[in-house]
Design a protein around this ligand. Structure first.
Ligand SMILES: *Cc1c(COP(=O)(O)O)cnc(C)c1O
Length: 461
């Protein structure tokens, strides 16, 4: 018998400083989650052991990024860090005009106000919470044009972020291209479980949009992770670098909004980018109202410097291999335990299918919210709901009932170790073993906007 030699890889960095964590008891956690209204967003981070609430702004910065913070030029206007950021974005993403914003939603607010008029329709490859809300607040309506496979947690399509061009064509025929200011395309679709769009699909979409005179706006929050999947899965890309693929993706679009708190490895920051002078001019006028002058957009000079360095680090092939590799390691452990997760394993986290995990709960008993609370109680691991609570209500007040009812285990970049991943999988399995005894929740307080952040719940007796 031949021994199989496993070829392991490891992180392309080592630790220079560590952050100590507080360990809690089950009794302490039971009290903490009750005080938080069974909403993991309302827990104090000091009561959390392993924090998988989000991969947003939770990355560990490199020594070079920290060094960059020290050369922050805090001039109110024309900071040299702005020009460095502009140069970096032009070089690596290829967009012409850029405006920094305090984070992704700052860019979404401005872009929506510039491009959307009342009665407009914005097709997109699945909604994102803040993106859709800004589109609606600007008077538009979001329409989902992602392929059907994306709504099926068990379907292992390699590019679940793809657009269904027939769905888009129906929207264009129904409303007319004039009422569609742009198609909103996310790379590595967050709400679908961190699933990529293929270059082939993007190019077909580009051709269709061009023919109909419709822009493509790119939500490029996780573009580097998407590029990694293209490199691994798409024909003709295995010898291209992440940096080359990212630039090619961006070249298929007319502008972008970016939350640099994800792929770009910073704790705060974002930007708006466009290739159109008119759009840039309008956006530059608005940024002063909502964010700050167009050369800082709500950021300190040092934040812009850390962002420039983080963008370059995020495009390193070894970095992305370790990043997505760690997520896959956790996902495979969960699968070994028989835990139902969204497949294929996504780029930024593991999404547990709460409907399959807790089949005895109805969607109105908030299965994903319930499961997130139970996992916290078991081990102090903080996850979050991505289901009916996150989906919110329609303009007419009715609840959205999303097909996907998920608990998101989002992995911060460069923060946790493989041993942490083991603890997370074991704790989830612990809860899985006693899942039949778990009771659901009822909502006790519901905020008007983005309710998942601040809603409170009571345990059903
Ligand atoms: C996080 C995120 C945003 C919003 O960015 P913030 O920096 O949190 O304001 C927009 N789109 C996607 C896909 C995101 O994941």
């Amino acid at each position: 018998m031949k021994t199989q030699i496993k070829k392991s890889w490891a992180e392309p960095y080592k630790m220079k400083m560590v952050e100590l964590l507080k360990m809690t008891t089950r009794t302490q956690r039971l009290k903490a989650i009750k005080d938080a209204g069974y909403n993991t967003f309302l827990l104090k981070s000091a009561d959390v052991y392993i924090d998988l609430l989000t991969d947003s702004g939770t990355s560990a910065m490199s020594d070079r990024q920290w060094a960059g913070m020290m050369v922050g030029d805090e001039a109110y206007a024309g900071s040299s860090n702005f020009f460095h950021l502009e140069e970096t974005i032009r070089k690596y993403y290829g967009y012409k005009y850029i405006i920094p914003t305090h984070q992704g939603r700052g860019a979404e607010n401005i872009l929506s106000k510039v491009l959307i008029k009342k009665g407009n329709v914005i097709p997109g490859n699945m909604y994102f919470t803040t993106t859709r809300l800004h589109q609606e607040l600007a008077g538009g309506t979001f329409t989902d044009i992602i392929i059907d496979e994306a709504h099926d947690p068990l379907n292992s399509h390699p590019f679940k972020g793809n657009v269904d061009l027939d769905k888009l064509d129906k929207v264009v025929k129904k409303y007319g291209a004039k009422r569609i200011p742009y198609v909103s395309i996310a790379t590595n679709v967050n709400m679908a479980g961190g699933q990529p769009i293929s270059m082939k699909n993007l190019k077909e979409l580009r051709a269709y949009a061009k023919k109909n005179g419709i822009r493509i706006i790119h939500d490029m929050t996780r573009v580097a992770e998407n590029a990694y999947f293209i490199q691994q899965r798409e024909k003709g890309y295995k010898d291209k670098s992440i940096a080359q693929i990212v630039k090619e993706i961006c070249s298929q679009t007319d502008g972008a909004t970016m939350s640099a708190k994800k792929d770009a490895l910073v704790n705060i920051g974002g930007f708006l980018a466009t290739n159109e002078w008119d759009v840039y001019e309008d956006a530059r006028n608005l940024v002063v109202v909502y964010e700050g002058l167009h050369t800082y957009g709500g950021l300190a000079g040092r934040d812009m410097e850390a962002m420039s360095i983080g963008i370059v680090e995020s495009l390193d092939d070894f970095h992305q291999q370790a990043r997505v590799g760690q997520v896959e390691y956790l996902g495979n452990k969960m699968l070994d335990y028989g835990i139902p997760i969204v497949k294929p394993i996504g780029g930024h986290g593991i999404f547990v299918d709460a409907k399959a995990f807790l089949p005895h709960l109805t969607q109105d008993q908030y299965p994903a919210q319930t499961l997130a609370a139970e996992i916290y109680i078991d081990s102090g691991v903080r996850t979050m709901e991505r289901g009916i609570v996150s989906a919110g209500r329609k303009a007419n007040g009715e609840n959205y009932y999303p097909k996907l009812e998920l608990v998101r285990f989002t992995i911060p970049r460069r923060v946790y170790t493989q041993a942490h991943m083991d603890v997370i999988a074991e704790s989830t399995y612990n809860v899985f073993k006693k899942r039949h005894k778990i009771k659901g929740l009822k909502m006790a307080y519901e905020p008007k906007y983005l309710r998942f952040f601040q809603a409170r719940f009571d345990k059903l007796g």
